[in-house]
Ligand binder design. Structure first.
Ligand code: NAD
Length: 347
């Protein structure tokens, strides 16, 4: 299959090349997919996209005009793709529903521990030869109440680590996970979880019901000094309200791997740019806000899993089969049998 892989970087290309072998002709580009860059896909059967790409209605129409029939996402989240429009345009879309949920959960824990135990400040003080411990006090996770919003794959991985710390783990999810209950995690309505937690970690997808799920009302209900961790999607948290909650001292700290205006910002080199986003500048100015640029997935295991499943999805389509990871079913889709799936190479 002729594939153009948008938004690929030096760190993910080797994994994709290894997974594809000689089976597909892939053009790798750092360019993001936007309305202006659709013409690069002219003559390609498939495009491969990351979360930074824009696959909204107009962009999809342009891709269809270019002859694109398949979109292989290199992410679990698909809030950046208009699936209804893709279906209308007869473009099949697949995602990577699972790739090392531990990579994201462990990054969330790393951020939590770093802000709580002031690791970044102490490293800076060490370099200044200032060995005083003033202002570096944290708290034990042991015995604290940790609220998990979304007990899917990543939420459960995070919950298990917190259980290992001997925290009291609460959860909120419209779908109760029996595994979670068996492991002693207690489900509560969302508002109650917000009120009772010392630490809240967000692990639900972005959709109409989760957009701005953390806004003024929720911040006013949170325990003073609590920590909010968001490794899911920026728009789940209302940024101006988050800033206000930090300024008012409601939040003790925030750990953000995602940001609502991250498109075109994260994953790029902006060293010579004057950034024109006052909210992002304000967030970066807080000592108790740790921000990483959507890097929670960045482990060897996750990159290898993403590449393996992305190429597997393309392999199945090339054989006229329906990928089990296809997000939109078209009229003539035929499910891949177990035998068909085994015949394709998975890394
Ligand atoms: P998953 O589908 O396994 O789990 C999501 C869970 O959220 C499900 O149990 C679902 O029922 C629950 N949910 C849905 N709506 C909810 C609501 N209103 N309140 C509470 N829970 C709700 O997904 P996952 O693999 O665990 O991934 C979770 C999210 O993590 C993804 O949607 C994506 O946005 C994000 N993610 C981020 C990175 C990163 O690098 N930062 C990488 C991968 C995924």
């Amino acid at each position: 299959m002729k594939v153009i892989a948008y938004s690929t970087k030096t760190y993910d290309r080797p994994y994709l090349k290894k997974a594809a072998g000689e089976r597909h002709e892939i053009l790798f580009t750092e360019t993001r997919l936007t309305l202006e860059t659709t013409s690069l896909a002219n003559g390609y059967d498939a495009v491969s996209l990351f979360t930074s790409d824009d696959a909204s209605d107009l962009v999809l129409k342009k891709l269809a005009e270019c002859g694109v029939k398949y979109i292989a996402l290199r992410s679990a989240g698909h809030d950046h793709v208009d699936l209804k429009s893709a279906t209308k345009l007869q473009i099949r879309v697949s995602n990577v529903p699972e790739y090392s949920p531990n990579s994201i959960a462990e990054h969330a824990v790393a951020m939590l521990m770093a802000v709580n135990r002031k690791i970044v400040q102490s490293q800076l003080l060490m370099q200044l030869q200032d060995f005083r411990l003033d202002n570096l006090t944290g708290f034990d996770i042991h015995g604290k109440v940790v609220g998990i919003v979304g007990t899917g794959k990543i939420g459960m991985a995070f919950a298990r680590i917190m259980t290992g710390f001997d925290a009291i783990v609460l959860a909120s999810d419209p779908v109760t996970n029996p595994e979670a209950e068996a492991e002693g995690i207690k489900y509560l309505p969302f508002t109650e979880l917000v009120q009772k937690s010392d630490i809240i970690s967000i692990h639900c997808p972005l959709n109409d019901s989760t957009k701005n799920m953390f806004s003024k009302t929720q911040f006013s209900q949170m325990r003073t000094g609590s920590i909010l961790i968001n490794t899911s999607r920026g728009r789940i948290v209302n940024t101006p309200d988050l800033i206000e909650a930090i300024e008012k001292g409601i939040l003790g700290a925030a750990c953000l791997d995602v940001y609502d205006n991250e498109k075109g910002l994260f994953f790029e080199d902006h060293r010579n740019t004057v950034l024109s986003d006052p909210a992002f500048a304000r967030l970066r100015s807080f000592k108790n806000v740790m921000i990483t640029g959507h890097q929670a997935f960045l482990t060897h295991e996750a990159l290898s899993g993403i590449a393996g499943t992305t190429i597997h999805n393309l392999d199945l389509w090339e054989q006229g089969l329906t990928s089990p990871n296809q997000l939109n079913l078209l009229a003539d889709d035929r499910s891949a049998s177990m035998e068909d799936q085994k015949a394709t190479v998975r890394i």
